[in-house]
Write a protein that binds this ligand. Structure first.
Ligand SMILES: [Zn+2]
Length: 189
């Protein structure tokens, strides 16, 4: 899997580079493989690790500005544009590990979407109740590994993560409402 960003925002460049390094890190795949199971998943963690490792998807980061100034949508993936990873420009002022987590979270949706026979998403679009879904758990894992936490820590249950990474998303309706009048900030693909 590859995540590409050709824009000028330094924070996104750094986060995409961070996500790239995570996707090359054997500890990332080992930690997923050793996880017991994911909620809302029809296949096993080792299989999901394999699917991510072997994915040949290229995702292009697209930055949009939500219509609502106080939008809490951090980013989203939409099946109609399976090669786009959308990030809200209003929510970029976060620690870089949180952005890495968001990028990996959305990347897991892209892999899930590309694999027709299995699914490993989450229920609803809020982090509450979804901590043990593949996108949230693996996104958090990426954030933990990025700041140098050991896989032993990262393997712990999501509730025990030292750093509570906020990777909330909201219901698609909210996102639609949000992006209906979005301002195209950067569109590079
Ligand atoms: Zn999600």
């Amino acid at each position: 899997m590859e995540v590409v960003y050709n824009g000028m925002r330094r924070i996104i460049r750094e986060a995409v580079n961070g996500a790239y390094s995570i996707l090359l890190n054997p500890q990332f795949y080992d930690s997923i493989t050793l996880h017991s199971s994911f909620d809302y998943s029809t296949t096993s963690p080792p299989h999901i690790a394999d699917l991510i490792y072997n994915s040949n998807i290229t995702l292009f980061v697209r930055v949009y500005q939500s219509r609502r100034r106080n939008s809490r949508v951090l980013g989203y993936f939409k099946a109609s544009h399976p090669n786009r990873l959308n990030l809200n420009s209003r929510r970029l002022n976060r620690r870089i590990e949180y952005l890495v987590a968001t990028i990996i979270h959305e990347s897991i949706h892209a892999v899930d979407h590309a694999i027709r026979d299995y699914s490993f998403g989450h229920k609803g679009n809020h982090s509450a109740g979804n901590q043990n879904s593949a996108p949230y758990w693996i996104g958090k894992l990426a954030g933990e590994l990025f700041i140098g936490k050991s896989p032993a820590v990262a393997r712990m249950n999501a509730e025990n993560f030292i750093m509570d990474i906020d990777i909330e998303e909201y219901a698609l309706d909210d996102i639609e409402e949000d992006v209906v009048d979005y301002m195209e900030v950067e569109l590079l693909m």
